[in-house]
Ligand binder design. Structure first.
Ligand code: XMP
Length: 516
């Protein structure tokens, strides 16, 4: 690909992926590389700039992560953030020590003054708030460096050797709490590194299509399409690149949300691909009959999915490539280096084990360089409808793990409708934008109610909505009462079989997002 590259050298800080996303948001391609990456490999990437990330260590501690000082003689600009700043100072002849007293340790929002003559801060206000998180202190700055920012507790919040293009900041410009933080990153990229801003989704799309064509040649590609964001965008990209050489197998297990199967099918109608929709609802339901235990349900669905997919794959015959929806955070988490053949199958992949059972020559992972936001952007670029591109996560086992106890067609239909009303009202109120996942759960609790003049004995529906950054922890969402009220009134009026609605106010932990 013909774009410029910035290397984000990872020293283990918690915001490292965020730094990489910020760089890309500025229109510059970057890759996150572990600090242990051999210098030759970094050099071969021909970076226009390097960013040292933060990290949990102290640079003076034994065995602290470091980098070969030869990197400073490449003539490539370097920005050190937090630990990265201290490491640069340490390696270039400065001295970093533990803060003597608590006042020199800084955590959280800190009033900071800037030298706006420094390229990093040019054109920005001379005073602002930065987000700090450090217990060490640069007692002596290296030769050739000037102090370019300060706070009350700390005289050297930022340092710069503008001649050599070396900059260090003790604070985190990548987090929202730092005012104008992204402007500082942009200044480093454009004013110091000479970035052209050649990373755009339009360019990416063009290059990715050309690359896929070159790699696939006349070969056949097989893709398991789930209808989620990643597999849908991948399908559209492959469709654009190799059209009729692509077969998409979409297994509809009958446990999707309202109209979801039809929406997925409609989205791919514009492309001349072999789109195979397998309506296997009855097959899955018969396997699930009488099963109440959540893990058993998951297992049955996972296994049946593979079986159905295999049957369809056999009809296609031998394929050359199996497409997989690995995205950049998966690559980073699995320690992938981007080297050929280093593909790691996602452990949480919906169709775990699939590649072993299908006859193919190579894996193809066209999204492995993209963050989730970029995958969505690419989807838009490819003309996919907004409802697909912004789709919230949906678990592989679908509604089966949102129906407590035995799954039946009637229960799935009831839940589908109630879930649709919940989503619909959230969208009308504009609340959906503030939520990361929201859905309804059909409990197996029945209770007495009164409707009209009659007694009812119907199911209780639970509403679940969470906000989260990573789904490892999640907070229950504070949806306005008026919205919850509208949802409740509509559901009990429009959905038969439900006479009571509850809202789940547990966070994760101790609860999980899904009920099963
Ligand atoms: P939990 O319930 O574990 O959910 O807090 C965290 C996130 O993972 C999703 N989830 C799944 N996704 N297959 C998936 O593809 C699954 O079996 C599965 N189980 C949970 C869940 O929807 C939430 O986003």
């Amino acid at each position: 690909m013909s774009h410029q590259t910035v290397i984000v050298l990872d020293f283990g800080g918690q915001y490292n992926q965020l730094i990489a996303r910020r760089v890309r948001e500025c229109g510059v391609y970057c890759e996150l590389k572990p600090y242990t990456t051999p210098l030759d490999e970094l050099r071969s990437m021909d970076p226009i700039g390097i960013i040292f990330t933060g990290g949990p260590h102290s640079v003076y501690a034994e065995g602290a992560p470091s980098v070969d000082p030869a990197i400073f003689s490449w003539g490539v600009p370097i920005l050190g953030i937090c630990y990265g700043c201290q490491l640069m100072a340490h390696l270039l002849g400065g001295r970093v020590v533990p803060a003597q007293d608590d006042s020199a340790r800084e955590y959280g929002k800190t009033a900071t003054g800037f030298d706006t003559g420094c390229k990093l801060f040019g054109g920005l206000p001379a005073d602002g708030i930065t987000w700090m998180s450090h217990g060490d202190y640069m007692e002596k700055v290296p030769e050739g460096f000037a102090l370019t920012a300060w706070s009350e507790a700390c005289p050297n919040v930022a340092i710069a050797d503008e001649e050599r293009g070396f900059y260090g900041v003790q604070f985190h410009p990548e987090v929202d709490h730092t005012q104008h933080g992204v402007d500082m990153i942009r200044a480093f990229l454009y004013d110091v590194c000479g970035a052209r801003g050649d990373w755009s989704m339009e360019d990416y799309k063009r290059t990715a299509i050309a690359d896929i064509r070159a790699r696939v040649g006349q070969g056949k590609v097989l893709l398991a399409l789930s209808g989620g964001v990643d597999s849908s965008v991948m399908a559209a990209l492959l469709a654009e690149a190799v059209g009729s050489q692509l077969t998409c197998v979409f297994v509809d297990h009958g446990l999707m949300r309202l109209n979801e199967g039809d929406e997925v099918e409609a989205a791919f109608a514009p492309w001349d691909i072999n789109f195979v929709r397998v309506n296997a609802g009855e097959r899955f339901l018969s396997k699930l009959a009488g099963v109440e235990e959540p893990e058993r349900k998951r297992k049955i669905i996972g296994e049946e999915f593979i079986r159905v997919f295999e049957e369809e794959a056999k009809k296609v015959g031998k394929v050359d490539f199996l497409a997989q929806g690995t995205i950049y955070p998966d690559v980073i988490e699995s320690g992938g280096t981007g080297a050929a053949g280093a593909a790691v199958i996602k452990s949480h992949h919906n169709v775990g084990g699939l590649p072993d059972t299908v006859d193919f020559k190579e894996l193809i992972e066209p999204l492995r360089l993209l963050f989730k936001d970029e995958v969505r952007q690419l989807g838009r670029e490819l003309g996919l409808p907004e409802y697909l591109v912004t789709r919230q996560p949906f678990p592989g086992p679908g509604l089966a793990i949102r129906i407590i106890g035995e799954v039946t067609k009637a229960k799935a239909d009831t839940l589908r409708l109630a879930d649709f009303i919940f989503r619909d009202e959230l969208a009308r109120a504009g609340e959906d934008r503030n939520l990361n996942q929201y859905f309804a759960v059909l409990t197996n609790t029945r209770s007495v109610g009164v409707m009209g003049d009659g007694r009812t004995y119907d199911y209780t529906l639970a509403l679940r909505a969470v906000t989260t950054a990573d789904f490892m922890t999640a907070d229950w969402a504070r949806i306005p009462y008026e919205v919850l009220d509208r949802v409740s009134v509509r559901i009990v009026n429009e959905v038969r079989g439900i006479n009571r609605i509850v809202y789940d106010i547990t966070s994760k932990p101790p609860a999980t997002v899904e009920w099963e």
